[in-house]
Design a protein around this ligand. Structure first.
Ligand SMILES: O=C[C@H](O)COP(=O)(O)O
Length: 251
């Protein structure tokens, strides 16, 4: 069965900008609403302090908002954390979970990532579940098995009934200007697709698999055209409206 997936391009602003980023959002909205409508679902995941502003501003231009992380609990004594329901209240429709910067710096395990994804689904959000191997894991020929284990542990069973998005981000490609070869990206995305179909059947055919890691205006067209690459998770290049718009139009 062939399932058509509308590509999705998500920008992860990480801990960058605030006021300047809102100006970029205005510029992006201007570009996206001029000329042909984008062929992709466009999501921006800003710092939490401006999430509501991004959701409000994006509503008029079709740009959707997402959080960058959520806590697995719905509420409680968790100083500094944010619940999925709070992101939804602020206007988010998506939330990134298990980004390698959190897996590494905060010791997040697959179990925790899965709990966060379950919390996101419970709050009506679509979790963007990140997986990816380190350079040492790739060099030792273990990239596919590492990613397979992360997928098995991080995706909740609820993904059989609800929308989740997978983002494959080789850790060594993030913010480095380096990317895997097109063949390596396609091989990994095909392997992820097989695993999703094995576990979720037809539903697995329709799950977005995004590529992330130094996705730039210069390489977006060829990477986004690869087999089973259904969009991208963009870091640095999502901070400038012109660059992000070029990636969106590369779909
Ligand atoms: O979430 C986005 C990724 O970490 C990619 O970041 P990058 O595009 O700056 O390499």
């Amino acid at each position: 069965m062939t399932t058509t997936i509308t590509p999705l391009i998500a920008g992860n602003w990480k801990m960058n900008g605030v006021r300047a980023s809102l100006d970029e959002l205005t510029a992006l909205a201007g570009i996206l609403t001029t000329g042909d409508a984008p062929r992709a679902i466009v999501v921006v995941c800003p710092p939490a302090t401006i999430l509501a502003a991004v959701a409000r501003q994006g509503a008029t231009s079709g740009i959707l908002a997402g959080g960058q992380d959520c806590h697995p609990a719905a509420h409680g004594a968790y100083t500094g954390d944010i619940a999925a329901g709070m992101l939804a209240d602020a206007g988010a429709q998506y939330v990134i979970v298990g980004h390698s910067e959190r897996r590494a710096a905060h010791g997040e395990t697959d179990d925790l990532v899965r709990s966060k994804a379950e919390a996101a689904i419970g709050a009506g959000l679509k979790p963007i579940i990140c997986v990816g191997e380190t350079e040492a894991e790739r060099d030792s020929g273990r990239a596919e098995s590492v990613v397979a284990a992360q997928l098995a542990g991080s995706i909740p069973d609820a993904a059989g009934q609800h929308d989740v998005i997978i983002a494959y981000e080789p850790v060594w490609a993030i913010g480095t200007g380096r990317t895997p070869s097109n063949d390596d990206i396609a091989q990994m995305h095909n392997s992820i697709r097989r695993q999703l179909v094995d576990r979720f059947g037809d539903k697995g055919q329709g799950i977005h698999i995004l590529y992330g890691g130094s996705l730039k205006p210069q390489n977006a067209r060829e990477i986004l055209a690869l087999d089973n690459v259904n969009g991208g998770l963009v870091g640095g290049a999502s901070l400038l409206a012109k660059d992000f718009a070029t990636i969106i139009s590369a779909v």
